[in-house]
Structure formats: structure tokens, C-alpha cells
Design a protein around this ligand. Sequence first.
Ligand SMILES: *[C@@H]1O[C@H](CO)[C@@H](O)[C@H](O)[C@H]1NC(C)=O
Ligand SMILES: *[C@@H]1O[C@H](CO)[C@@H](O)[C@H](O)[C@H]1NC(C)=O
Ligand SMILES: *[C@@H]1O[C@H](CO)[C@@H](O)[C@H](O)[C@H]1NC(C)=O
Length: 367
Amino acid sequence: MKLWIVGLFLVLLCMEPQNGAGQLLKRKKDVGETQTRPGGKRVRIRLPNLNGKKVKSHSLLTQVLDKGRFLRLGESTILTPGRNLELRCKGSHIGWSYPTYLDTFNDSRLSIKQSDKYSQLVLTSPSAADTGPYSCWVIVCDGAECHRDQDRTYASYIYFPDKEHLFVPSAIHFEIVYLRPDMPTVVPCRVTEPQAKTSLHREVPAEEITANTTRVTYDPTRGFVLQHSTPENQGVFYCKAVFRETPQVSNKYQLLYVEVPSGPPFVSLGASPETVRGGDNVNITCTVLGEPEVDMSFTWSYPGQDQRPVHILSSWRLVNRGMGYTTRVSQSVLTVEDIETIDFGNYVCKAKNQHGETVVTLKLNST
Ligand SMILES: *[C@@H]1O[C@H](CO)[C@@H](O)[C@H](O)[C@H]1NC(C)=O
Ligand SMILES: *[C@@H]1O[C@H](CO)[C@@H](O)[C@H](O)[C@H]1NC(C)=O
Ligand SMILES: *[C@@H]1O[C@H](CO)[C@@H](O)[C@H](O)[C@H]1NC(C)=O
């Protein structure tokens, strides 16, 4: 069971969340097209306000329809599956993003070519699974340092509707979703048909969670968003979609509540045995309890550094801590064999995650 969860978790690690590109769906305020003059200076052209409405900036992301015809893509686009997709983005140095699953499976249907004036992304035989955010941006370089020009980033969420797959197919049939006290939770059942009517269901006890504006909302590009999570939200869930009277159900999602809030790791350090003499072996164990999907790294410093051979083994596992709470236990064990005088002193374990680092010290004394 445990191995099975870890396996699933590894798959999850490979699949980056889809919502990153959501940030790209930014609309410029009242600033119009950005153009490059021969002199190299960027000039902004202000478009007039029509009836007080904000005029949407022109996207440089276009779809090539057929010879010589281009369509500027808006915030979202509905395209026909099976028909090859060709996108273009103007500029001599362009970056792209597309649904991460195309990279995970190293899909040969996808190709990107840069020419002098534009970059071209081609996806052959797109299907429901390719539904997701596509974006391009101008890369600006200053010497060897390059970065994305946020003002010239264009995105479109592309749907490939499929009657047989109202939900975007996923390789993970039973996905784990972590509920946190401090942030919204997304049950990622995205649809391929934006008009489909969706609902969220708990398996046991059978219950429909109705979307309403305050607690639970549905976004076809993300899934169901639960604003405030509590341990009561745990359980096995699935989504249901209805479009033209044919209901379909999604994959299943196991919602698990995570008790540890985001922050630097909480670390404990211990020696086994606690007291040692020359010639003994000792294990010094640095343990961190943390969020299931937050990666940890350990670094050690110790008295015999660079002079004595030590063995360091780092590992982690998920444990259920009652009431369905889940934590990740990460451990690094430093083993010193046949202790010599030089080995007595301070053993320092530095544990680091994305939120910060914690340093703990243990003094190994001779008895
Ligand atoms: C992806 O596919 C290309 C061409 O088929 C190959 O050269 C490359 O090594 C592959 N990369 C991975 C990570 O599998
Ligand atoms: C919204 O849905 C939640 C969960 O089903 C429910 O507890 C809450 O009362 C609902 N709020 C409104 C305003 O309907
Ligand atoms: C140190 O850890 C290893 C691996 O878990 C174990 O085999 C060994 O008995 C431990 N030694 C001591 C002194 O605790």
C-alpha cells in the first residue's frame, strides 16, 4: 500500500501542475500593441477606449488556418481534434509553453521551429488530451543573460472537444490531491468541452458538492477549486460532466489533509547509540516532518569532514498519522564506523526546503 502511494506520488512529481500557465492569461490594461522600430526602441501605441471599455491588446500568438490566413488567438479557443495545429508567434527569439504532458511523454507529435521573423509550433493529430494552456513570449537578451518579456507574453487556453472524453484524459487514474489549511485546493478535473455542466461528488458517503461562489467554484481550465480545506473534506471524489445528456465521470481523486503548514522544515537530530566510545559505530539521524510533496535536501558538517570516511543515506516516506493526516518523513542518516578521537564533536545537519532551512547540532561526546 505504502509503495503504491509512493509510486503514484512519483508519477505526480513528473506531471507539473497545469495551473502555472494560468498566470500567463494576463490582459494588458489600456496599453496597445508593442512594436519594435528599426531603431530598436520599443514604442507603445495607445489604443482609444471604445465606450469606456478596455480595448484588448493584440496577441502576437496566431493560428495558421491555411495558406496566408491567420487567426489571432484570444484567451480561449475551441479547435477541432484530429486537425493539425500550427501556431505562430512573431519575433526572432521566442519561448513556448504547452501542456506539460507533451514533454513528460516526449511526444514526437510536437515540433517547434524558429525562423528569422517568427517561431512555429506544430502539433499533429491533437486530441482531447492536448487540451490546455499554450503560450509564447519574446525572449530578451542582455549579453548572455536572457529572460522572458512579461509584457510580450501571449497565451490561449485551447480546448479540443471530444464527445467520448468530456474530461481531459490523464495517465493517472487515481490521483492524490493534498488539502491544506492555508491555501485553496484544486481537484483537477478539466473538461474538453467548456459548455459541459460539471459537478463534484464524494464517493462515501455518496454526496454531491455543489459549486457555489463562496466555498467551491468550477473553472473549466483548472477544475473544482475548494477555498477553505478542513479534515472533513477528505475522501475519494470524482467529477461528473453532462453535455447533451450524456453524463461521464472523471478519474478518481483521493483528497488528503496535510497537517504541517508551509514553512522551513521542522528538524530533529539524534544519535544511536546515545553514548559511544572509541571503536564503536554510531548512526546520527536527522529527521524532518513535512508536507508530502515538498522536497527536502540535507547537508552535513562533522568533525572528521574530508578526513574520515562516513556513510550518508537519505530517504523519505509518506506516513499516515491517524485521522487521515499525511506527512512526509524525510531522513538522512550519517554513519561513522570504528570511532576515533577525531570523530567526537559537533554534527550539524542542515535541512532545506523551498520555504527555508533549519540547522540543528548534536554534540557527540566520549564517555
Ligand atoms: C526525446 O525524443 C528525442 C527524439 O525522438 C530523443 O532524441 C530524446 O533523447 C528524447 N528525450 C528523452 C528525455 O527521452
Ligand atoms: C456552498 O457550498 C458549501 C459546501 O457544499 C456549503 O457548505 C455552503 O453552505 C454553500 N454556500 C452557499 C451560499 O450556498
Ligand atoms: C545504524 O543503521 C543501520 C541501518 O539502519 C543499522 O543496520 C545499524 O544497526 C545501525 N547501527 C547502530 C549503531 O545503531
